[in-house]
Ligand binder design. Structure first.
Ligand SMILES: CC(=O)SCCNC(=O)CCNC(=O)[C@H](O)C(C)(C)COP(=O)(O)OP(=O)(O)OC[C@H]1O[C@@H](n2cnc3c(N)ncnc32)[C@H](O)[C@@H]1OP(=O)(O)O
Length: 442
């Protein structure tokens, strides 16, 4: 499909992945000429989560392109999603030009960030002085998975990860794109393997002498008796980083960061400082960082910490607009008539009255968009009343997780405001405390 011929091991991996997916095939006689596979993902949305097919392996035989094969398979997928109560679908686009016409909009974005670590990382916050510990990648899924599950709801756009997803996608020994990179290293901030201060400090010191000052425990280190810290019963951690390294003769050694998550800015600062301190390296390159990454604010020298790229990450399709809008929490009240254009799903197309009003913030499973504030919920009903705002379903999908602004779509001529202020009101209601973010490329 992408002009490469995968080796046997990779073919088997792809085969196994495909077996776990929903699959839609297009046939010419007995010959398979088109395929869409869809992971059965769950994605976080503001205040909750939704089942979400994650489209992958989208391909049409070169002999059958531009005859509507993909269009036919996508129509079938939308039909299935609506029947099965899956109101959103998502993908990462190989080419941005393909998916807008099918109603997908880029709902999360990522930054590529580079740190010049040939000099000490200058920070405006004091790094958490809790213990840092390197963890065997084999033990990492349990430890990181528990942390990730606990914090996943904080940002919309995140995919729930199974243990297999951790070990086969995040912690796989050989990097798929660069075989010169080391196997993954996992560093965690928090209690030691048995919850003790000494072990944790020793582990961090052994792996990086320069890190010793960052490896002291604080009096409030997690030493809870319920959390002995074995892989079976992992100690609570305050954050983690997954990275790989590469040393080169002709250039500074590289730390390639795959993921860094932390509870507090201080915890994040401790992990960033650790990465920037690794011996024999001079650059930290992080791909797919959140656009509102605190590092960009607490880095004291922005010449040292630079955003080198910005890209659309997760493309989202509201397959059932009503179900999707009613499923998320909202940040402010709103009342407006939306005129939605959807050329593929007739049930989404037309005028609808969106009413966002105070909801039950204490209901189980709901999270307030701003700590200590009320949550609002939406109703969405067909109406013949005149529209306040006209918008294409792809632009509504892009804004659904709070990552893009409806007002920006209006300014760009992509949506039309018939009632002044309606786009701003919708933006205020869609807003989330953190920008959405998706690290899992699939
Ligand atoms: C989520 C993922 O898996 S991303 C991977 C996507 N797959 C690839 O890039 C593999 C190589 N490409 C392919 O297999 C095919 O070209 C596909 C799947 C992209 C398109 O399949 P097709 O059957 O040719 O698409 P189909 O005929 O239904 O085209 C529908 C419309 O999309 C347009 N379109 C299709 N591919 C592209 C493209 N790469 N760029 C821009 N427009 C495109 C067509 O021109 C057509 O437009 P029209 O309705 O105005 O005439």
């Amino acid at each position: 499909m992408f002009h490469d011929t995968p080796e046997e091991e990779k073919r088997k991996h792809h085969h196994d992945l495909l077996l776990g997916c929903d699959r839609i095939g297009a046939y010419d006689g007995d010959a398979l000429v088109g395929l869409i596979a869809a992971f059965r993902f769950t994605v976080s949305v503001p205040g909750g989560e939704l089942p979400c097919p994650g489209l992958t392996f989208v391909s049409v035989a070169p002999t059958h392109r531009r005859r509507g094969v993909l269009s036919g398979m996508i129509a079938k997928l939308y039909e299935m999603c609506r029947e099965e109560g899956r109101p959103v679908a998502a993908l990462w686009a190989s080419e941005d030009a393909i998916y807008g016409r099918f109603g997908f909009g880029p709902a999360t974005h990522g930054n590529t960030v580079e740190i010049n670590s040939e000099r000490p990382l200058a920070l405006r916050v004091t790094p958490d002085d809790g213990p840092l510990r390197l963890v065997d990648p084999a033990d990492a899924p349990a430890l990181l998975g528990a942390y990730y599950d606990r914090t996943r709801a904080d940002r919309a756009g995140r995919i729930a990860r199974s243990e297999a997803w951790w070990s086969e996608e995040w912690l796989v020994t050989e990097d798929e794109e660069d075989d010169e990179l080391s196997p993954p290293r996992v560093v965690v901030l928090g209690a030691g393997p048995d919850g003790t201060r000494a072990d944790a400090t020793r582990a961090a010191t052994q792996t990086d002498g320069r890190q010793a000052d960052g490896a002291h425990t604080s009096p409030d280190s997690h030493t809870s008796p319920e959390s002995p810290g074995s892989p079976d019963s992992p100690a609570p951690i305050k954050g983690y980083a997954v990275y790989r390294t590469k040393t080169r003769d002709d250039a500074p050694g590289l730390v390639r960061l795959d993921e860094l998550e932390a509870d507090t800015p201080q915890a994040a600062a401790a992990l960033w400082r650790y990465l920037a301190n690794i011996d024999l390296t001079g650059v930290v390159r992080a791909w797919g960082r959140p656009v509102d990454d605190s590092l960009l604010l607490f880095a004291a020298d922005r010449d040292q910490v630079r955003v080198t790229g910005h890209f659309p990450a997760l493309w989202l399709r509201l397959v059932d607009v009503r179900a999707a809008l009613e499923a998320r929490d909202w940040a402010a009240p709103a009342a407006l008539v939306l005129e939605v254009t959807d050329t593929q799903v007739p049930a989404n197309d037309g005028r609808f009255r969106l009413t966002v009003a105070p909801g039950d913030a204490t209901a189980e499973g709901t999270d307030t968009p701003y700590e200590g504030t009320a949550t609002y919920t939406a109703t969405y009903e067909p109406t013949s009343a005149p529209a306040d705002l006209s918008i294409e379903v792809r632009d509504l999908g892009a804004a659904y997780l709070g990552g893009t602004r409806i007002t920006a779509a209006v300014r760009a001529g992509l949506a039309t405001e018939h009632t002044p202020g309606s786009a701003a009101a919708l933006d205020a209601a869609l807003r989330t405390a953190h920008l959405p973010h998706t690290a899992d490329e699939f």
